[in-house]
Design a protein around this ligand. Structure first.
Ligand code: AMP
Ligand code: ZN
Length: 112
């Protein structure tokens, strides 16, 4: 938990979100500024800054996050989807709590 982190606040419920899934490790909620008809974020409860700060101890968690993408995409009615993990400021990351974007449902999908 990081005091200034918006996703930590969402994970603990201090800030509201439109949640579509939660378990002991992960919370999944709709992006507040969707770039596609369906756009959600897969977020671990643990505060991890980015993919670049992960190590072997995060292997199972990262695998779990990725495997949730097709499961939840299907539940959201998507036949296909795009995933994105922005890493570091140069990688377009704005919220420094690792998250997997899942986009779908449009005729064109965002590339950034
Ligand atoms: P990134 O650039 O990969 O760090 O993406 C951060 C994403 O978090 C952006 O797509 C934002 O729209 C989204 N976001 C920021 N604040 C919130 C919030 N309070 N609830 C849901 N999504 C958010
Ligand atoms: Zn955090």
């Amino acid at each position: 938990m990081s005091a200034d982190c918006i996703f930590c606040k969402i994970v603990t419920g201090t800030i509201p979100s439109t949640q579509i899934y939660a378990d002991d490790d992960v919370v999944v909620f709709k992006d507040i500024n969707p770039l596609a008809p369906v756009h959600f974020l897969i977020v671990p409860r643990e505060h991890i800054e980015s993919l670049a700060s992960c190590d072997a101890s995060h292997q199972a968690l990262l695998g779990k996050m990725l495997l949730l993408a097709p499961k939840l995409a299907k539940e959201q009615g998507l036949a296909g989807f795009r995933t994105m993990i922005n890493t570091g400021r140069e990688g377009g990351q704005e919220v420094f709590h690792i998250h997997v974007h899942v986009f779908g449902g449009g005729t064109t999908l965002p590339k950034t």
